[in-house]
Design a protein around this ligand. Structure first.
Ligand code: FE2
Length: 245
């Protein structure tokens, strides 16, 4: 089967958007003489923010090869298939997620939300990760949990007790108050009006190659060795800046 012009445009735009901001995962810009509305843009797999071996020995290159290259890619591909030819084609990812949630379109919600969750999750880890939060986020953690250690215990507990697949989160509500939550499958804080500050993927595909069934060990390593507090602190600061605007 030959490549249609539409397919060609999708591939071209997908290539052009590789440098887009990770949260938006779509074409960063188009030539000024192209009407954006005329060209529905496909979502693309954002590159990992580090080399796939950069988190070793804590998370192997093989895990990231499958998790990013296969699982995350599959969610991107499926989301594009599902929105093609619908009023949601070309809309921002967040709009697709909220519309699918409100319409109870479970298949679209699952795939689109997993695109967002994984894009966010990659930035929640860093080769220079671990340690403790600093700044405003650190102060708020002390205030809302009593101590960093109490937060860490709650976060691990959320991840360990999420039955089946899902996510552990540090979230902030509209007032900036922090809490730890867990969600099943693809569910994410934006559909309950909260802002994601930090997450850990507790689907088996996130850890099975490295930790087999030892999810608690994976969560401990996540917090002690790879967690990116700089990214989390930025997310918290951004929320405060939005509220002040
Ligand atoms: Fe995952």
């Amino acid at each position: 089967m030959g490549m249609s012009r539409r397919d060609f445009m999708r591939i071209t735009l997908a290539s052009a958007s590789m440098m887009a901001l990770p949260h938006t995962a779509r074409a960063a810009s188009l030539p000024t003489n192209v009407k954006k509305e005329a060209l529905p843009m496909a979502f693309t797999l954002p590159p990992l923010p580090y080399d796939k071996s950069a988190l070793e020995p804590h998370i192997s290159a093989q895990t990231l090869e499958f998790h990013h290259g296969k699982h995350h890619q599959a969610y991107v591909t499926k989301t594009n298939e599902l929105v093609a030819g619908t009023p949601l084609e070309g809309k921002p990812l967040e709009d697709v997620i909220v519309a699918a949630w409100n319409d109870k379109n479970q298949v679209l919600f699952n795939n689109a939300a997993q695109v967002w969750n994984h894009t966010f999750f990659w930035s929640c880890m860093s080769p220079n990760g671990g340690g403790k939060p600093t700044g405003k986020l650190a102060q708020q953690i002390e205030k809302d949990f009593g101590s960093y250690e109490k937060f860490a215990e709650a976060f691990k507990q959320a991840g360990v007790t999420q039955f089946g697949s899902g996510w552990a989160w540090l979230v902030a509500d509209a007032s900036g108050k922090l809490s730890v939550t867990k969600t099943p499958n693809a569910e994410l804080p934006m559909v309950t009006g909260n802002t994601a500050i930090l997450t850990c993927d507790v689907w088996e595909h996130a850890y099975y190659l490295d930790y087999q069934n030892r999810r608690p060990d994976f969560l401990t390593t996540f917090l002690e060795k790879v967690v990116n507090w700089e990214f989390a602190a930025e997310n918290y600061d951004n929320l405060a800046a939005q509220q002040a605007a």
